[in-house]
Design a protein around this ligand. Structure first.
Ligand code: ADP
Length: 196
């Protein structure tokens, strides 16, 4: 099973991807998590990405394309993977298509979670509050200013991917406003249809 989750920050991509990971035994590949790990480890990529990420901008296509192409070639992705937060631009989608074609792999589905913006802002606020209450550290880009920038980047650079994947006949659009379990069920139903 090879899937892409599309949707704005806070849409629930990560939450749903984690659930499918357990169900299908395939890894969730979150470019945000990979980039944050590079920042924490202080690697060259991490150093180049940190300021852009903190401000809510997008890291360059070259960097993320490289990270993902290496990652999907690794042994634990042999049965499939769930991409969460990648591709985020049309050039990234094209690079992914080329990489997958070279590996003789095809996508099973692209699932877009639709959520209204008011709800997104509330979700991010509660993610911050819950993290703080649990004694955790809040992401350096989970502040109102960076969040607005992340939404603007989404609208401008990532939203066009809906049309791109819709033209390829791979897009499934689902309501991300329903509760978490209901969203999981609608994803499962969509995947059954896709594989039927
Ligand atoms: P969210 O979707 O909640 O905004 P992510 O964890 O997916 O958060 O991403 C955090 C940040 O990492 C993004 O704002 C961006 O700076 C960077 N990033 C993640 N994935 C990509 C990508 N595919 N292309 C460019 N930048 C990315």
């Amino acid at each position: 099973m090879r899937l892409i989750f599309l949707g704005p920050p806070g849409a629930g991509k990560g939450t749903q991807a984690k659930r499918l990971t357990d169900k299908f035994g395939i890894p969730q590949l979150s470019t945000g998590d990979m980039l944050r790990a590079a920042v924490s480890a202080g690697t060259e990529i991490g150093k180049r990405a940190k300021a852009v990420m903190d401000a809510g901008g997008l890291v360059s296509d070259d960097i993320v394309n490289q990270i993902v192409s290496e990652r999907i070639a690794s042994a634990d992705c042999s049965k499939g993977f769930i991409l969460d937060g990648y591709p985020r631009t049309v050039p990234q989608a094209k690079a992914l298509a080329e990489n997958m074609a070279a590996m003789n792999l095809r996508l099973d589905a692209v699932i877009e979670l639709k959520v209204d913006e008011e709800a997104l802002i509330r979700r991010i606020e509660s993610r911050v509050a819950e993290t703080l209450a649990a004694g955790g550290t809040v992401r350096s880009d989970d502040n109102p200013e960076s969040f607005r920038k992340r939404l603007a980047e989404y609208r401008e650079k990532t939203a066009p991917l809906s049309a791109y994947y819709s033209e390829q006949g791979e897009l499934v659009v689902l309501d991300g406003m329903a509760d978490v379990d209901a969203v999981t069920r609608s994803i499962e139903t969509a995947l059954e249809k896709a594989s039927a």
